[in-house]
Design a protein around this ligand. Sequence first.
Ligand SMILES: Cc1cc2nc3c(=O)[nH]c(=O)nc-3n(C[C@H](O)[C@H](O)[C@H](O)COP(=O)(O)OP(=O)(O)OC[C@H]3O[C@@H](n4cnc5c(N)ncnc54)[C@H](O)[C@@H]3O)c2cc1C
Ligand code: FES
Length: 319
Amino acid sequence: MKSEHKPGSKALVQALVTANEPIRPRFWKLLLKLDPEGSRLFSKALPGQFAQFDLSHLSLPPAEAIEETLRDRAERTILLRRPFSFSDIFTSYSEQGTYVCLEVIYCVLGPATVRMTSLKPGDCISLIGPLGNGFWYPETMKNALLVTGGMGAPPILHLASFLRKSYPHTAVTAFAGARSIDYMPFELKIGNITGATVEEFERLNIPVHLATDDGSVGRKGFVTELLKEWIEKQKPNPEQTVIYACGPEPMLAACAEIAFRTRILCQVSMERMMACGIGLCQSCAVRIRTDKPESPIYQLCCKDGPVFDSRTVIFGEGQ
Ligand SMILES: Cc1cc2nc3c(=O)[nH]c(=O)nc-3n(C[C@H](O)[C@H](O)[C@H](O)COP(=O)(O)OP(=O)(O)OC[C@H]3O[C@@H](n4cnc5c(N)ncnc54)[C@H](O)[C@@H]3O)c2cc1C
Ligand code: FES
């Protein structure tokens, strides 16, 4: 059953940059303050929803500020808006009024995100949102297991703070994985390697279990192994437990498999290349099961997702 939190309508809104800082070598945190219309719409946005950012007018930072491997790619023209989810949405109060602020954690990968690093407080960008469907909250839920891989972190961080505020009696446990410590998009606090912790979850008093493929932080191996072991040990009631996952598609498929075996509901936030973000261009198809296994259908990640019930998704196309 879906919760009472329903996404509202969307619009083209203006956002003022209030901060834009690196948090780790290739990850930046951007803070945006929305105009009154944007504030009205985004105050109802749910974790997992996203917006399409227009970054085409931004200039490149100086060549020496761009990682060498990205310099050629960074030169490409930006024709399309780019989709970003949020690591938090909160309300800011001042003498000038009440505004909704968006926190975005982004990975510097190509022409748009390289240009994003040049944004300064006082700059303005245009965005369309809030878009898509976010995570939902069954009434019976008592345990939320949050699983994030690499750049899947932002909507999961948003979900963590949302659950703390709106569902304070839900026990929340987080599992965070990445290729190596350099691909963990968090404010990691590293006492010693095994004692590393994620400050964002710690502030919310949420226990977090870390794993990296190379063992550079947390357990060496896949984050889904930690999830599986936790479920085997804690034996949560499947009727009262939900797995929420965002990350690379093989990780989402592994979460779906664990959920299937343990009869736990699992919601996965999928990623596809998106052109329009509003259901027009059909570029973001996700294959969905039907009652007839030989006749799957396609749904749109931007409009029907990006969050899907893992039982419905046929994984493998976005890998
Ligand atoms: C719903 C949604 C939410 C997102 N939220 C975030 C976020 O919070 N933070 C963040 O850093 N990124 C997020 N992304 C990904 C982000 O949109 C891309 O990283 C961004 O568009 C890259 O733009 P670019 O011009 O810098 O690089 P590009 O040159 O466009 O891409 C660089 C590389 O990344 C790959 N890539 C780009 N977009 C995607 C995609 N959607 N799926 C798979 N591979 C892709 C490209 O194939 C290429 O290899 C999200 C994507 C979606 C669909
Ligand atoms: S991005 Fe155009 S239909 Fe989904």
